[in-house]
Design a binder for this molecule. Structure first.
Ligand SMILES: Nc1ncnc2c1ncn2[C@@H]1O[C@H](COP(=O)(O)OP(=O)(O)O)[C@@H](O)[C@H]1O
Ligand SMILES: [Mg+2]
Length: 276
């Protein structure tokens, strides 16, 4: 029996509908595939980068070790020399310069070792508010040293907020961020430190009103040895990222040139085991 025109139209409509549904699915599948390819490419790049970094790290660690011993010898003798020259002697300022240089070399070497050494965290439940308060006291000393007019604003919760962290290592991270903030401020400005809890994630933000970071530099700032400073080591943020990664946390940055920069660290308050 011949199908009526209406039946034919209905059938056609059903086929069309199915076709459209399938093409939508196909489009979704294609998009997912595209995303996966992109992710794979990113992973490949990361693997390549971590290979380069680990070779570089090994070399840096060896060099740092080799430098450390003679450096401490030089430091010891320079100290003896300084003690034997009275402060009013004009020669004394040369010795003081040598001592200053040795101390910055020491800082570079120990930063290198921190960056390259395999690190095991010593995590403990810590009240982030009290912990951050103590760190800010250090930062205030740094501000005085730099002779800048920098206000520190605390946006802390009224209640204690605890998280399981390696407080010493994360203190180093905070100090690196705070010191960068202080250095980014030319003469006067503000650094706001905020701590909050959002959906079980503890967030620590350090925001400054400093010079900001040019967009083309943003992707490089966590790379070891990237620095725009004459006296910089380029290791502060690389160390920060490494330590936050070890905490299974995240560190991110937002910056506007001429306005300021904000770094945000996100830490899981508790580690929940994923259901099997
Ligand atoms: N708060 C900030 N404001 C502006 N620039 C910053 C800030 N923090 C980091 N940077 C940029 O990132 C670079 C890398 O920082 P870091 O790893 O701490 O190394 P360093 O401080 O030794 O240069 C800096 O040289 C600077 O260009
Ligand atoms: Mg730094």
């Amino acid at each position: 029996m011949q199908k009526s025109q209406e039946e034919l139209i209905n059938e056609l409509a059903t086929v069309m509908e199915r076709f459209l549904a399938q093409s939508g699915e196909l489009e979704l599948a294609y998009k997912a595939l595209e995303l996966q390819t992109e992710e794979l490419k990113k992973m490949q790049e990361e693997v390549q980068q971590s290979r380069v970094l680990s070779a570089l790290g090994e070399m840096a660690a060896t060099v740092a070790h080799e430098i450390r011993n003679p450096l401490s010898g030089i430091g010891g003798y320079a100290g003896l020399l300084a003690r034997s020259i009275p402060p009013e002697d004009p020669k004394r300022k040369y010795v003081d310069k040598i001592i200053g240089g040795i101390s910055s070399l020491n800082k570079i070497v120990s930063n290198l070792l921190v960056y390259t050494r395999k690190t095991n965290l010593q995590k403990q439940e810590t009240d982030l508010v009290a912990w951050a308060d103590a760190i800010l006291a250090h930062a205030e000393i740094e501000i005085e040293k730099e002779k800048k007019n920098v206000q520190i604003e605390r946006n802390f919760p009224a209640e204690p907020l605890s998280a399981k962290i390696d407080s010493e290592r994360l203190q180093q991270v905070m100090l690196n961020l705070l010191i960068n903030g202080i250095q980014a401020i030319e003469t006067e400005g503000k650094i706001s430190v905020s701590i909050s809890l959002n959906n079980g994630i503890a967030e620590i933000t350090v925001a400054d009103t400093g010079c900001g970071i040019e967009p083309e530099y943003l992707k490089n700032i966590f790379t070891p040895f990237f620095t725009t400073k004459e006296q910089g080591t380029g290791l502060g943020l690389a160390i920060a990222k490494k330590i936050v990664d070890l905490h299974d946390g995240e560190i991110s940055v937002e910056s506007t040139p001429g306005k300021g920069t904000a770094f945000c660290i996100k830490l899981q308050k508790e580690h929940r085991r994923l259901p099997e």
